[in-house]
Write a protein that binds this ligand. Structure first.
Ligand code: CDP
Length: 223
């Protein structure tokens, strides 16, 4: 049972965080936000004045970091780097938002983060959200979902969440989507065996119920 992983992938502001968190709570599994881990690496690189567009140096630097799991909140796994845990507000700041896709495109960064995520299965069953959870990090899990929504809807949702003009938010999301989908290493895509959920026009409850229904069916059928 301890290796159960529900993978929830999708583009920015598709609603996957809200949905993944609610699914984890309903199942009493731990929730893991892999985007927050890429943001934490990016935040730490900025703190240390590292050039976030220098892939070669980042590749060498990331191996020197010490990652440790913080489960202060029993439902949510967070990750400290060199014993430092940033505020959630720092992770959502403009500097991190603009640099994170470059940092996340570095294959060595992805390898290190992937290992940190796989190590979390020792804590028990997980719901992990991200971009490549079903395709690369946990390709064998049969519980895979790809959550999407049309770009207008995603920009509207994110601007309600963070404030700011919808057009500006949409442009920033598109820049990141473009980088995330076109990168060489683990581009954002729906796994062939994932269940795709277009959440445009759906409520959070409807999406959560849909995912919980699929998980229950698979678990009842012995995966
Ligand atoms: O909340 P939002 O969907 O906007 O972003 P996030 O999930 O916090 O992810 C931030 C960034 O991290 C993404 O734009 C990707 O560049 C990167 N990321 C990734 O490459 N792979 C993942 N599994 C998760 C995030």
């Amino acid at each position: 049972m301890s290796k159960i992983v529900v993978a929830v992938d999708g583009p920015s502001a598709s609603g996957k965080s809200t949905v993944a968190r609610a699914v984890a709570q309903a199942l009493d599994y731990r929730y893991v936000d892999s985007g927050a881990l890429y943001r934490t690496v990016t935040w730490y690189a900025l703190q240390q004045d590292r050039a976030t567009n220098d892939a070669g140096r980042l590749a060498e630097w990331v191996h020197r970091l010490s990652f440790s799991l913080s489960t202060t909140d029993p439902g949510v796994v967070r990750v400290q780097i060199d014993d430092r845990l940033p505020d959630l507000a720092d992770l959502r700041g403009d500097a991190v938002v603009e640099a994170v896709s470059d940092v996340a495109a570095v294959p060595e960064v992805r390898r290190v983060v992937g290992d940190v995520l796989r190590d979390m299965t020792r804590l028990g069953p997980l719901v992990v959200e991200g971009r490549d959870i079903g395709t690369v990090v946990f390709p064998k899990t049969p519980l895979k979902f790809f959550v999407d929504a049309d770009p207008e809807e995603r920009a509207r949702r994110r601007s309600i969440e963070t404030g700011g003009d919808v057009a500006r938010v949409k442009a920033s999301l598109q820049r990141r989507d473009q980088k995330d989908s076109s990168r060489h290493s683990a581009p954002l895509r729906c796994a062939a065996d994932a269940i795709r959920v277009d959440t445009t026009g759906m409520t959070v409850e409807q999406v959560v119920d849909r995912i919980l229904g699929c998980v229950a069916t698979k678990l009842t059928n012995g995966l």
